[in-house]
Design a protein around this ligand. Structure first.
Ligand code: UGA
Length: 451
C-alpha cells in the first residue's frame, strides 16, 4: 500500500485515483474546486465515466479514497503526487499551463518530506524540467524530490478498462530510483514499461495522439474519394484493416475527431514545431481535413433538404463520442451552430450529454428519446454513435418524421436497409446505393419517384 495524491478531479485524475485505490493504495484526490470536492465526499461525481461512480464509492467506503482542497493536509504522508490537471489550448494553440504551474507551486509550498511528482497531464515537451524548476524555486527549504513523466493513454468511455489493461506504461525521468518507485505502482497492471528521459516521454504522448488523429483524417480523406468514385469506405477500412501493418482501429470515417485531447494535442504539437522553425505539414493537413468535416456534412443536408430556413432538424447524439458526457469540441455543436445560422429549428437527444449541451447552446430543443426527437423533423443527423441508436425501430421513426431524411455522420446504419425502408439516406464515404449503383443514380430515381 502506497500513499498517493492525485491533483485534479477531472476524467484523468478521478480514474487514476480510483484505479490506484482499487489496487490497494491509499489515495487522496485534491482539487481546488470546493464544489467538486464537496460533491465527491457525498458520492456525486462531476463527470460521467462508465463504472467510475461504483469504483469511487467502493474505495471511499473501504477508506482507501478521500477528497480534499487542502495541499498541506493531503501532502502530510504522501509519497507520490500525480498531477492530472487540465491543459487547455491557449490563444495560439499552445497548451495553457497555468493549472500545472499552480499545482507545482502549491506542492512545493506544502511538501514536508521527500516526494515523487508524477506528471500525467499532457504537457509540452520540456514541461517536466520546468515543473522541477518551479518546485525548487518555491520550496521554503530544500527537500529532495523527483519529477517523472507518466503520460496517460486513457480513452473517455473506457478509461477504467484502459487503466487496468494498458498497452504500455511510459515513464520518463533520469532518476532511476524514482522510476523504479513509479514502476512498482504499475507492476500489478502487467504491461510493458518503457523507461526514457522526461522529454521523450512527453513526446511519446503527443506523437501517439497525433498519429491516431492522422489515421482518422486519412480515412476521412479516403471517404471523400470513395464518395466521388462510388466505393464504400467501411469496406475499404475492413479490407485494409486485416493487414497487420495497418490494423482496423481508428479507421472509422465520420464527422472528424473531437474531444478534449486530439484537437488540442495536434494543435499544440504543430505549435511546438513551428516555434522551433519546423514546418509541420502533415499535422496541418490532419487539422485542415478535420475542420472540413462539418462543412461537408452540411453540404449533404443541403443536397437532401434544399433550403434549410424554417426546417426542423434533429441531432441524434451530442457528445463527442459515446459513453461519455463530454461535450468539449463535439462536432454536434458546430453542426448545430451552422444549422441555427441557416434558420433551422434544432432539436436534439443524447443519452447523457443533454445537460451539458443545454448550458453551451440554450437554443437546442431537447427531446425525451429518439422517437420524440424524430416527431415532426425534416431530417435527423446522427452525430454520435451511441449503441442505443443502432437498433432503433426505424419504421416507427420513418412514420413520425415530416420528411424521411437521415444524414448518418457516423455510418451506423446500412444504406441499403434504410433506402429500402423508404428513407433518403446519406452516410459518409458510402458511394453505393441499394442496387449497387453509384449514389447519383439512386438520387435520380428518388427524385423521379418524388415527382
Ligand atoms: C484519446 C486517445 O485515444 C487516448 O489514448 C488518449 O489518452 C486521450 O485521447 C487523451 O489524450 O487523454 P479520447 O479523446 O477519449 O482518447 O477519445 P478517442 O476514442 O480517441 O476518440 C477521439 C475522437 O476521434 C472522437 O471524436 C471519435 O469519435 C473520433 N474517432 C475515433 C473517429 O472519428 N474515428 C475513429 O476511427 C476513431
Amino acid at each position: 500500500m502506497k500513499n498517493i495524491i492525485v491533483v485534479g478531479a477531472g476524467y484523468v485524475g478521478l480514474v487514476t485515483a480510483a484505479c490506484f485505490a482499487d489496487l490497494g493504495n491509499r489515495v487522496i484526490v485534491l482539487d481546488i474546486d470546493k464544489s467538486k470536492i464537496e460533491g465527491l465526499k457525498k458520492g456525486v461525481l462531476p463527470i460521467y465515466e462508465p463504472g467510475l461512480e461504483e469504483m469511487v464509492s467502493r474505495n471511499t467506503t473501504a477508506k482507501r479514497m478521500d477528497f480534499t482542497t487542502s495541499y498541506p493536509q493531503a501532502l502530510r504522508e504522501a509519497e507520490y503526487v500525480f498531477i492530472a490537471v487540465g491543459t487547455p489550448s491557449g490563444v495560439d494553440g499552445e497548451a495553457d499551463l497555468k493549472h500545472v504551474q499552480q499545482a507545482a507551486e502549491a506542492i512545493a509550498e506544502a511538501m514536508t518530506g521527500p516526494l515523487i511528482v508524477v506528471n500525467k497531464s499532457t504537457v509540452p515537451v520540456g514541461t517536466g524540467d520546468w515543473v522541477a524548476d518551479i518546485i525548487r524555486a518555491h520550496q521554503s527549504k530544500p527537500i529532495p524530490f523527483a519529477v517523472v513523466s507518466n503520460p496517460e493513454f486513457l480513452r473517455e468511455g473506457s478509461a477504467i478498462l484502459d487503466f487496468m489493461n494498458p498497452a504500455r506504461t511510459v515513464l520518463g525521468s533520469l532518476d532511476p530510483e524514482a522510476v523504479e518507485k513509479v514502476a512498482q505502482l504499475h507492476l500489478p497492471l502487467r504491461a510493458p514499461i518503457v523507461v526514457t528521459d522526461l522529454r521523450t516521454a512527453e513526446m511519446i504522448k503527443y506523437a501517439s495522439n497525433a498519429f491516431l488523429a492522422t489515421r482518422i483524417s486519412f480515412i476521412n480523406e479516403i471517404a471523400n474519394i470513395c464518395e466521388a468514385l462510388g466505393a464504400d469506405v467501411k469496406e475499404v477500412a475492413n479490407g485494409m484493416g486485416y493487414d497487420p501493418r495497418i490494423g482496423r482501429t481508428f479507421l472509422e470515417a465520420g464527422m472528424g475527431y473531437g474531444g478534449s485531447c486530439f484537437p488540442k494535442d495536434v494543435q499544440a504539437l504543430a505549435h511546438m514545431a513551428a516555434e522551433k522553425g519546423r514546418n509541420p505539414q502533415l499535422l496541418q493537413a490532419v487539422m485542415d481535413i478535420n475542420a472540413d468535416r462539418t462543412r461537408l456534412l452540411m453540404e449533404r443536408v443541403h443536397e437532401l433538404l434544399g433550403d434549410l430556413a424554417g426546417k426542423d432538424i434533429g441531432l441524434l447524439g451530442l457528445t463527442f463520442k459515446p459513453n461519455t458526457d463530454d461535450m468539449r469540441e463535439a462536432p454536434s455543436l458546430e453542426i448545430a451552430r451552422r444549422l441555427v445560422k441557416k434558420g433551422v429549428v434544432v432539436h436534439a437527444y443524447d443519452p447523457v450529454g443533454m445537460e451539458r449541451a443545454r448550458d453551451m447552446m440554450p437554443e437546442l430543443i431537447m427531446a425525451e428519446d429518439p422517437y420524440a426527437l424524430a416527431e415532426g423533423c425534416d431530417a435527423l443527423i446522427v452525430c454520435t454513435d451511441w449503441n442505443e441508436f443502432k437498433h432503433l425501430d426505424l419504421s416507427r421513426i420513418l412514420q413520425m418524421m415530416k420528411q424521411p431524411v437521415i444524414v448518418d455522420g457516423r455510418n451506423i446504419y446500412d444504406p441499403v436497409v434504410l433506402t429500402r425502408l423508404g428513407f433518403r439516406y446519406r452516410g459518409i464515404g458510402r458511394g453505393y446505393g441499394p442496387d449497387g449503383s453509384p449514389i447519383e443514380e439512386v438520387e435520380t430515381e428518388a427524385k423521379v419517384s418524388e415527382k
